[in-house]
Write a protein that binds this ligand. Structure first.
Ligand code: ADP
Ligand code: MG
Length: 700
């Protein structure tokens, strides 16, 4: 009988209540199982001993054999530190203690040979090691050494309370003793054989106490696969349940609205990608399961026309449709653009935002309920309970990351059946990642820009070249073009950013004086009505320069704007820079993006700027962004607990992710309820996971 892995960690020999509390609060370890799943960050070679003259200044962990030749106390700002001289036959270094000094003085003897272990610092022309782990050489030699000793995740508090890596390793050893190292298998035989995976017990042992690098690699592969397999399984099951249970409206015919528009009014030829995506949407809408589709397309790829033509499918089947955008500015633009397309077809369309007058609002409400209104465009205002449709068949959400899942689900309550949902985003998320984040959505991608677009020329300029940049802007304005100048506005330092913006606005006003030049300014502290007014002036071409914070990042379409100047661009994330750049290059003229920075740049900032200058491919940029920032920071994924992975990395391990998805899919295809005896192990593991881990709650 193996131990029960759900046993609270307090019961493990060597842990006790105070350590248990720390393990819980610092590392979230509640049970034996959680401890087993505390996977090492890395491994170091404990059979290797360094000489002091071999030390490098990179502060890695090393072990050294030597003797303490003397102690001294050094006064510092608060209290004092204890310093020991430590020598071997090649040199001398210092050991340092900031705490527990009395104990060290009593326990540690000078003149005896010790093996010390820890991180070294290069400080004041000498190497030093703070709070080394120490063992007398005699004792040290009695213990087994591994060429790959696990280094576990830790926190400052754990280190301060004496829960060192050595202690964690000891506790882990104790757990293996009690459980005899035997753990229940969690993957089915067929998969194990197919992929030649090592068993669960072998993997768990070798991840903590690897015997050889090969065994470690096998253990890592197996555990990564397992982790990703169960996540994919969960996502696919959710998707299946969704498809089978949630009936949606069926749009079974393609009728006159769609056909007439396509034949007579389409203003341009659709790109291949647009056609493909329309087919995918058409297929979804033609089935009786509710559509839940994510449409990804880089800025300027032409998502709006796809949205419009999808709505026409709805109208052809006598349903109402709505399109929601995250800002009033954007809704107004959509409304104006789509109204023109609706007119020749005789389609009724209205706009509803926070600033719609009460009298108009009343009319809209009425016409929605009696079915006279066919298309509603708007902001969050559309979600209000007062807004009732006669029969909403399709809801489209533009720029998805500004809408939460809760808001998506609000839409559902507008009918007896949930409307079909199309979510459009310009934040490119690599497909592999999208799969694990938006597993409940089907994904369509427009991966092609309309023909004839001139690539935007992107350059990086230092602040002291500003005069040349101003000159360039003047030349462009003289050609009749318009200019954006964008400042960062980052929440924590909002007031300082606000000052930067105002200073910038002033210097631009001086450089571009009225009445020859007109300047708009838009920022988050303005009233929505004032924002709209300023924006409107720019859209109409009454102002040549738009000074703004990132509020204009989303979706605004001013084809005559040809220059995007981004101030302090080193402070923006890559995907944000890419979104901003997408505001220009929408017309026939050559467009430019100028990234302004100071001379002081971090390595990451340099990489970001170089990437922007080199590439205009949103997906490539997203991949670089992901590597720089890690998936947790990716816009729109922060809330997603799915990415809290223990061992796998959705970027680095994307091949394993794909493999795991492939297997999960195949198994569920053949055996959707996991009823076959060979799948019993999956079902058990799956139930266990949903019972003890609630990461699934985050997904949808
Ligand atoms: P986004 O995907 O960023 O929302 P839009 O839908 O606003 O892009 O389209 C950007 C611009 O490209 C619009 O002016 C639109 O009319 C135009 N456009 C869209 N599709 C095509 C196409 N197939 N050929 C030419 N122009 C197109
Ligand atoms: Mg758009």
């Amino acid at each position: 009988m193996s131990v029960n892995l759900q046993t609270p960690i307090d019961y493990l020999k060597g842990v006790g209540p105070s350590r248990a509390d720390l393990l819980r609060s610092e590392l979230g370890i509640q049970t034996y199982q959680d401890l087993l799943n505390l996977f090492p960050n890395r491994y170091i070679d404990r059979t290797r001993y360094y000489k002091i003259n071999e030390l490098q200044r990179n502060s890695a962990e090393v072990q050294i054999v030597g003797k303490i030749t003397g102690f001294r106390e050094v006064a510092q700002k608060r209290g004092k530190r204890l310093v020991a001289d430590f020598r071997d036959d090649t040199g001398i270094m210092e050991l340092v203690w900031f705490r527990g000094q009395k104990w060290i003085r009593e326990q540690v003897k000078t003149g005896q040979t010790y093996v010390i272990f820890g991180k070294t610092n290069w400080f004041g022309g000498k190497f030093s090691m703070p709070h080394p782990e120490m063992e007398l050489q005699k004792e040290h030699e009695a213990n087994l050494r591994s060429a790959m000793q696990a280094i576990y995740p830790s926190t400052e508090k754990l280190a301060n309370r004496g829960i060192t890596n050595r202690i964690v390793t000891k506790i882990m050893q104790q757990l293996f003793l009690e459980s005899k190292g035997r753990f229940v298998e969690t993957l089915p035989d067929s998969v194990m054989k197919d992929l030649k995976l090592v068993s669960k017990s072998e993997a768990i042992f070798n991840i903590h106490f690897p015997k050889t690098p090969e065994l470690l690699a096998k253990a890592q592969f197996r555990l990564k696969f397992e982790e990703l397999f169960y996540i994919q399984l969960q996502l696919i099951i959710k998707n299946l349940i969704h498809k089978s249970k949630i009936k949606g409206f069926t749009f079974d015919k393609v009728g006159p609205y769609f056909n007439r528009f396509y034949k007579e009014h389409l203003p341009f030829d659709l790109t291949q990608a647009q056609k493909r995506v329309l087919k995918e949407i058409r297929h979804d809408l033609g089935t009786n399961a509710q559509m839940n589709r994510l449409l990804q397309g880089d800025v300027g790829s032409g998502k709006t026309i796809v949205a419009f033509m999808s709505m026409l499918m709805g109208l052809d089947n006598d349903f109402q449709c709505c399109l929601m955008a995250p800002t009033a500015i954007l809704s107004v633009q959509h409304y104006q653009g789509l109204k023109e397309l609706c007119e020749p077809l005789g389609i009724s369309i209205a706009l509803l935002t926070g600033s719609t007058k009460t009298s108009e609002r009343k009319i809209i409400h009425e016409n929605l309920e009696n079915g006279n209104l066919q298309i509603l465009i708007g902001t969050h205002a559309v979600l209000e309970d007062k807004v009732k449709f006669k029969n909403l068949g399709l809801a489209i959400i533009d720029e998805q990351h500004r809408f939460g899942v809760a808001q998506r689900s609000k839409l559902w309550r507008k009918n007896n059946l949930p409307p079909n949902v199309l979510v459009m985003t310009a934040t490119p998320i690599p497909r592999t990642l999208a799969m694990s984040v938006y597993g409940d959505l089907d994904i369509s991608i427009i991966d092609e820009l309309p023909a004839g677009r001139k690539p935007i020329k992107t350059v990086h300029r230092f602040d002291n070249n500003r005069l040349k940049v101003f000159k360039f802007i003047k030349d462009e304005i003289a050609l009749g073009r318009q200019i954006y100048v964008v400042y960062p506005l980052i929440q924590e330092s909002e007031n300082m950013d606000y000052k930067d913006l105002m200073d910038g606005y002033e210097s631009i006003s001086r450089e571009f004086p009225m009445p020859k030049y007109q300047i708009s300014i838009v920022h988050g502290k303005m009233k929505p009505a004032d924002k709209d007014y300023e924006m409107e002036r720019f859209v109409k071409g009454e102002t040549q320069i738009m000074v703004a914070t990132t509020v204009i990042e989303v979706g605004v379409n001013v084809p005559n704007a040809s220059v995007m100047v981004i101030e302090s661009s080193e402070r923006f994330g890559l995907s944000q820079l890419h979104q901003l750049r997408g505001r220009v290059g929408r017309g026939a003229e050559q467009s430019y993006c100028i990234l302004m920075t100071s001379r002081k740049l971090s390595e990451d900032s340099k990489t970001r700027l170089q990437t922007m200058v080199r590439s205009s491919d949103g997906f490539e940029i997203a991949e670089v962004d992901l590597k720089l920032r890690g998936p947790g920071d990716l816009m729109g994924t922060q809330q997603s607990g799915v990415l809290n992975l223990r061992i796998a990395d959705v970027v680095k391990d994307k091949d394993i992710l794909q493999e795991a998805r492939h297997y999960a899919k195949n198994i569920l295809n053949k055996d959707p309820s996991l009823a076959a005896p060979e799948h019993q192990v999956i079902l058990n593991t799956y139930r266990q996971m949903s019972k003890y881990r609630n990461i699934w709650n985050y997904i949808s």
